[in-house]
Design a binder for this molecule. Sequence first.
Ligand SMILES: Cc1ncc(C[n+]2csc(CCOP(=O)(O)OP(=O)(O)O)c2C)c(N)n1
Length: 440
Amino acid sequence: MSEEKRTIDRRSLLKLLGSAGATATVVSACGTSLENSVSAEGLSGGKFDKTVNLATAGPGGNKAWKPGDSLNFLPPQDMPTRGASSDALGALPKEKLLHMYGLMNASRKWETTMKDLFLSGKDGLYGQFHTYVGEEAIAVGVMSVLNDDDYIASTHRGHGHLIAKGGDLNKMTAEIFFKETGYNKGYGGSMHITDMSKGILGMNGIVGASYYMAAGAALRAVARGTKQVSVAFFGDGASASPYYFSAIRSCANTKAPVIFVNENNLQYMGVPMAFTVPTKYVSEYTKGLDIPHFVVDGNDVGAVHAAMKEATDWARAGKGPSMIEGITFRWYDHSGFAGGKVGQDGALGLPYRTDDEVKQWISRDPIQRYKKWLIAKNVATDADLTKIEQDTQAAVDASVEFARKSALPDPEAGVLNTYAKGAAEATQFFNRRGFAAKHT
Ligand SMILES: Cc1ncc(C[n+]2csc(CCOP(=O)(O)OP(=O)(O)O)c2C)c(N)n1
């Protein structure tokens, strides 16, 4: 195949279409360095400075909202009352607790490494990339309860979901590098990473698509008589989808075992949630459906785990769907890295939130809070946890080397991957257009 024809590959196509991550290469003029002070005291610790000007103002524009509010439990009928959220973790074996710490770190370090690579321009990375940094407690808290064969339907901001469900770092990095060893053979990029072998129904660029994907998988499980459950992740903005209420209503009606997990990061692209959600909490929209509702501190992996445990028990018992809303915050811009810097945590200088607010949320870092809790409960020493952090970074670095050494996909593979019947159907396509039928 001539060089001329190779230009149809995805990499070139994206460049032609101009989807190259403009946002990924914009670096803010803001040079403020962040001091990552952790004021958290144990897992439920971390305080806002009352004088901070919160542009996002907390849920539903409720200016009086404070982190403690997020721990309120909104009791549905028949749901048992939970104890202190972080105590729920105490019932888990040490190995599992440390594994969770490793997963939170893997998610953070993988995305932070990608961020630094995008910004440095070293590997010529481009394309949309929505970071999950700051929200890791939700993915890991949710997945700490799921079985391997349970399903998750992710979002555009789903790297953390994949990693927490057992996604392969090498394949993820290779996909970001658009290499043939990537999850989508280099043709999907960040937003389409999928691993059906792990019950991951896929990241998804269509906001609000997770509801019915998760519902379909859940109804399949019911039809087959398994006890699998399905999780639909979604953001606060996605609650504006026309499918939102109808999907949850349908699941309530059929008692589909779906757990709707709202990652309320208080930001809808560049719009504070205070302007987009009329109620105090997103989860209030569906309270009339008589399904269990939880609002939790989404930066507290114990709180997420506790709510998820109850919601999952409920679903496996055939009682139907439930709703978990985790209040959290993303440290970077909606997509790409405007306001971010190599080696700096968080994006500053963005117009729709204040730098003070970003720093306050960073001080409630879910990973640092969990680390403090693990040490305080004598689950591990500082040195044990540092070792996990180092091993995780080494795995991330190895994935970058793997991606660098991998080949770009053959342009024809784009056609092969497009057809449901694979090579046979693609060959017809090639033949019709006079290409050599090299993939038969
Ligand atoms: C159906 C659809 N409408 C609009 C968009 C454009 N879009 C991409 S992300 C996004 C905001 C999503 O916000 P939210 O659900 O709060 O998730 P977050 O980005 O905060 O994690 C929008 C509107 C889209 N991708 N799909």
